[in-house]
Design a protein around this ligand. Sequence first.
Ligand code: NAP
Length: 258
Amino acid sequence: MDQPKIALITGASSGIGMASARWFAEQGWSLVLWARRIERLKELQGVLAQQVGNRLEIWVDQVDVRLDAQVQRAFASLPPSLQNVDLLLNNAGLSQGLKAVHESNQEDADRVLDTNIKGLVNVSRAVVPGMKTRGQGQVIHVSSTAGKEVYPGGGIYCASKFAVEAIAKTMRHELLPFGIKVGTVSPGMVETEFSLVRFKGDAEKAASTYQGLEPLRPEDVAEAIGFMATRPDHVQIADLLLMPRAQAGSGAVHRVDS
Ligand SMILES: NC(=O)c1ccc[n+]([C@@H]2O[C@H](COP(=O)([O-])OP(=O)(O)OC[C@H]3O[C@@H](n4cnc5c(N)ncnc54)[C@H](OP(=O)(O)O)[C@@H]3O)[C@@H](O)[C@H]2O)c1
């Protein structure tokens, strides 16, 4: 029997990352799952282990992607059986507030840029050299419709996702000679903890984001990521843009009174 493939997923404690972990486990992939909330990862590890038995390895670790030393240590401490990562899903990310650029809070801006850009680079720095040596692998960065179009109040977040797009395109060129696929998945509105984090725990404000429309579910995005990861070897999906039926672009949504 073939060895299970290995996916390393950042931000697996919630939302799109967690749904992706479930999707890949169901498809028989071994997993390395990183996030800061380790207790959540352990809970997920327990649930997945029950589902898949000991066919697959599910490894969890507490990693803040902003801290390069922590990222490199976590990768170096993987058991040898999990070091040859087939798929890196750079998913960890967040937004903070909805303020105009000139009114933005410096700490919030740093948190977004450090996580969404530098964190993604830190993790790529750890994982991609092995792919390059093996001449095999795939990197999927989670971008957003915010990486294509701006919207008022989204300046810092949009800047971070425009950067993700630039990094992904650059990596695709850099890794071309080594047979490594690089792409982005770019969702519109997805109902996760994203808005709760953006509005710093204000559940009412977070819920209003999705009022009067049916957003994507994290499972919808996980399925799209799974599609990208399971194409025939010669097929590289560079970007997969998906949004709810009620959305046409970053600021363009159609709401119906309930
Ligand atoms: N929801 C949307 O509408 C939407 C749309 C387009 C794109 N996206 C993108 O999708 C990705 C996932 O977001 P989501 O919607 O699933 O939100 P979510 O439910 O809030 O999940 C975000 C994940 O990122 C992790 N994370 C945040 N900061 C981290 C750090 N410093 N180190 C390690 N992990 C960190 C969180 O884990 P811990 O807190 O446990 O560390 C969590 O697992 C993000 O890149 C986001 O920008 C979301």
